[in-house]
Design a protein around this ligand. Sequence first.
Ligand SMILES: *Cc1c(COP(=O)(O)O)cnc(C)c1O
Length: 341
Amino acid sequence: MSAELRVNLDRLRANVRAVRERMAPAEVLVVIKDDAYGQGVEPIVGAALDAGARWFGGIDVDSAVRAKSVAGDRARVFCWMTVSDDEARAAIAAGLELGVGDAAYLEQVAAIGGPATVHLKIDTGLRRNGVRPERWRAFCARAAEHERAGRIRVAGIWSHIAEASDADDDVSRALFDAAVTVARGEGLSPEIRHLAASAAAWHRPEFRYEMVRIGAFCYGVRSADGPDIPGTAPISSLVAKAISIGEDVEISLGAVDGYPSALAGRAHAATPGGARPVVRVDPFSSRIEAWPGAAVGDEVILFGDGGHGEPTPTDLAELIDTVGEEPLLRVSPLVSRVYTP
Ligand SMILES: *Cc1c(COP(=O)(O)O)cnc(C)c1O
């Protein structure tokens, strides 16, 4: 009796439609990094295509290649991690577009050729990856040289922002606009600018440009301490089964392999007898407070869309000061993913 992550693909379609409607005329890149946040790239991409998605993107080449093989010519796929030569070669051969935020990586990608379709990344303050503003002009000049020689095609300029404060994001946006002007001045003509992820894109139209990269809201994960997003709801529920009934109810191993142990004593779960506290979380024995008539095989919903009184992923995240993606990402690969079409 194992736990399941139940993924509602129709809910995903509805979320993607709501997000696309809100962002129009900007295009929506559906973020599918880390195996679509642990929910499975292939079914997620298939359903998002039904809902009109025409762009996907991920950090890791693996998720992006898998997305491209589902989407084929129906969508463009962007992959933004700086990767080894072999991986970059495979990514280009698979038809992916690459994020390039580093001068050495630009040379590496140009040497592979193709031409490789690239999106150049300016660091607008996050300092994770991206070319610093003082090096940007030379970087663009070099990219333009490679483009003229047919080794690359610069399709986009992009950056990532903190989305922690509007003021900081405004500073980033000004740096971004300046970087685009410099790039054009150096002879580049990127057709797509993309800066914002879920929160900034949803709330601040001026951050949308030609495209936004949306992960969380497509999966119904609202921002921690943020409002509900109209038209969206969590697509996945983590469901465990009661395996023994004692003073508490022990739930199946696996569901909790990844469920943050810090949630014990803080979170509740939905049971057939209503909401009950999560008493204990450890790899070999996790327990929920008993409910009247509890029986082996009863289902316990650890997170979901709230429809049975369970917390959402973001509700859990808020209890332990993290983001709503984390409960999803932590679900063990041993937990089977079950899809409702
Ligand atoms: C994960 C990620 C996103 C999506 O962020 P959400 O807040 O989940 O929408 C967008 N851009 C980059 C670069 C990312 O790594």
